[in-house]
Design a binder for this molecule. Sequence first.
Ligand code: FEO
Length: 402
Amino acid sequence: MGPCTAEKITEKVYWVGAIDWGVRDFHGYLTSRGSTYNAFLIIDEKITLIDTVKKQFKNEMLARISSVIPPEKIDYIISNHSEMDHTGCLTDMIDLAKPEKVFASSMGKKALGRHFHYDDDVITAVKNGENISLGESSITFVETRMLHWPDSMVTYLDTEKMMFSQDGFGMHLASTERYDDQLPPQVLLEETEKYFANILLPFSPMVSGLMKKLAELDLDIQLLCPDHGPIWRSDISGILQRWEKWALQKCSKKALVIYDTMWKSTGYLADAICDGLGSEGISARVMPLESSHRSDVATAVLDVGALIVGSPTINGQMFPRVADVLTYLKGLKPKNLIGAVFGSYGWSGEAVKDVEKYLEDMKIPLAAESLRVVYVPSDDDLVKARELGIAVGKELKEKCSE
Ligand code: FEO
């Protein structure tokens, strides 16, 4: 079956997932450090597989399972989340193992039925709070609807004090290390923040609800096992607190200036705006879109209180990379931001209006009048750009002090 082997996590549980060193695009998200698809094998009277992996990694998962038991011995499969990076091998595993039961949430049963066109009796739907015995241990299911799909749920294994949290508390990070304390804290912070910003941000209210629910359940979680990235064993409270904080999207005295430019005119304005923000004591970051991926912009947005967008006009509309990033950000529904718009143009200058419309749709109020400059900015234009930065900075300080 191959050289890959399972990694023992506890007396009863093995990691049998796959490492995707090469993936760099996950639905538009730049996964610079690759990813893992974590699957877990529980050895009890009922041998249970929790989630599977992306289809092309089937042999890697099967090799890891086979290093512990023949895959045909699996009695139960639990699908915590129907997305195909975790269910890509589900049909193969059902065909191979012929498990007694395949469990999913009620929404998961529907989603899997539609993905794989299963007959109604293939998946057993479980209810929120339902508990099933595996022998010595038992599993409790907790529904986490819209985190981040309607079907999502997490499962808790009592004897091992393990929470299998599907995408929850995960990150895209390929590594041979399986635990948080084996990896550099800065890498964990960067990748969890990026994961939250790009995947969970639209569902922030549900994240806050989940945190409340977990606190009420008062589960003793010693190992928090997401479907991507390392298992949390040393800093469980840290990752929970970070999610709680990010979900709130509190006012931040930081600003982000994003822009694209053709002959640097819009770029000069961006630099002057940044200078104005700095003069107000605002921590500002400029991201030229020529060299900034949309998913890195989304991560930066999570940390700021103001989003200032610049675009030149090309062929009567905003620049393509600006449209790309704004379309992406709009879907992520960032909250509690103020904004401003600027741009250079040659003869018609529609880009500023295009960007204003996006910010309006995103419910980002403008903190200053938009700045449009014909061709190359003059010294006066640069002063106006600096004043725009100052105006946004003042507004942001006032807003954050409320
Ligand atoms: Fe990792 Fe939503 O799938």
